[in-house]
Design a protein around this ligand. Structure first.
Ligand SMILES: NC(=O)c1ccc[n+]([C@@H]2O[C@H](COP(=O)([O-])OP(=O)(O)OC[C@H]3O[C@@H](n4cnc5c(N)ncnc54)[C@H](OP(=O)(O)O)[C@@H]3O)[C@@H](O)[C@H]2O)c1
Length: 334
């Protein structure tokens, strides 16, 4: 066998080696894949999912709609959201799927979205902060915040705070923040410079994405701590969905690179449906009904980086975030 392999042209040998490595990784993914096996029905429950028009968010919406929930798709692009809504209704037969406009990179949009929800919805059982982006260049939003930080952290921070009164009023509820293993990338978090202007090492674009995902976990932990007086009825958890084949690659630089990655990524990634499993598990499974402040991967509690465990840092991030999103004292529900 070895003699036969060695007799092949070198390009064939390389191709074979790469295929074996990718195949092995895919087999590992399949072996470790966490699947939500709960058959729980969600009739009478209301769910908000940010970034639900595609990828992990859309698959989560499909699953929860199948279970009978009222699903609110919180999306920034009305056309994409309308198409996703039609797809979800067609696939699940659940007509209780609605679209509300939300651009997390605008504090004004977050406030408008939250005001509409507070006016129209009598309850909110599950809030899934799923939307996320990674940009190839650093830029500021209309609010003067760094774009990725606002889309991935500050927008969800403000949204959750504005909806917290309704969530607490609902009585039993779950808040789920989609983070990433990329939270391990930063080895420090400078809360005095969240626009990443001072240190060139901090401003590296991938590192900023890592910081936003670290903030998702710190935010979850601090919110879980703040909600402890509510008992175990309102839980807050974060998760890593895995390496998932979605539209996330659209943020990659260079068209050719993007096309190659899009073509080969199914070979070493989970599908969007597989990537949605941990989110769905946290939304419906009975065994996590009283689990809060944890980080999950493949439907199991997972370890975070040392920085993500720092309770003092989580508290300070909360204070800085409150100031930067201009949260008013009367909007605090803890
Ligand atoms: N894919 C992975 O391998 C992976 C790994 C770890 C973590 N994650 C996390 O998983 C989550 C979902 O990602 P995905 O892979 O499903 O990516 P995706 O296919 O690119 O979907 C991202 C969603 O977020 C929305 N979004 C981005 N910025 C927004 C903003 N400012 N306001 C409102 N919506 C916004 C997008 O809306 P548009 O369609 O309008 O752009 C889209 O609906 C993200 O938080 C990501 O960080 C993904």
């Amino acid at each position: 066998m070895l003699t036969f392999l060695c007799s092949l042209p070198i390009l064939w040998q390389i191709g074979l080696l790469i295929s074996l490595l990718l195949g092995g990784f895919k087999a590992y993914l399949w072996y470790t894949l966490g699947v939500c096996t709960s058959t729980k029905k969600m009739s009478g429950k209301t769910v908000i999912i940010t970034g639900a028009n595609t990828g992990i968010g859309k698959e989560t919406a499909i699953d929860l709609a199948k279970r009978g929930a009222r699903v609110i798709l919180a999306c920034r692009d009305p056309k994409k959201a309308a198409i996703a809504k039609d797809d979800i209704i067609q696939e699940t037969g659940n007509k209780n799927v609605v679209v509300r406009h939300l651009d997390l990179a605008s504090l004004k949009s977050v406030r408008k979205f939250a005001a509409e929800i507070l006016k129209s919805e009598p309850r909110l059982d599950i809030l899934i902060n799923n939307a996320g982006c990674a940009t190839i260049e650093k830029k500021l939003t209309e609010d003067g915040l760094e774009y990725q930080m606002q889309s991935n952290h500050f927008g969800h921070f403000l949204l959750t705070n504005l909806l917290l009164g309704l969530i607490i009023k609902t009585g039993t509820a779950r808040i789920i923040n989609v983070s990433s293993e990329a939270h391990r990338m930063p080895n420090r978090l400078n809360l005095d410079d969240l626009t990443f202007d001072r240190d060139p090492a901090d401003s590296k674009i991938l590192r900023i994405y890592g910081v936003t995902k670290l903030c998702n976990i710190l935010f979850s932990k601090e919110l879980a701590r703040k909600l402890e007086p509510c008992g175990k009825n309102i839980t807050v958890n974060s998760l890593h969905p895995g390496v998932v084949h979605t539209e996330f690659g659209r943020f990659l630089p260079y068209e050719v690179f993007k096309k190659i990655m899009t073509a080969i990524s199914p070979l070493f990634s989970k599908s969007a449906k597989e990537g949605a499993q941990t989110t769905i598990y946290l939304a419906v499974a009975d065994e996590v009904a009283n689990v809060s402040g944890k980080y999950f991967c493949d439907c199991k509690i997972a370890k975070t980086s040392k920085l993500a465990k720092d309770a003092g840092l989580a508290k300070k991030l909360w204070e800085v975030s409150e100031t930067l999103v201009k949260l008013k004292p009367e909007e605090r529900h803890y």
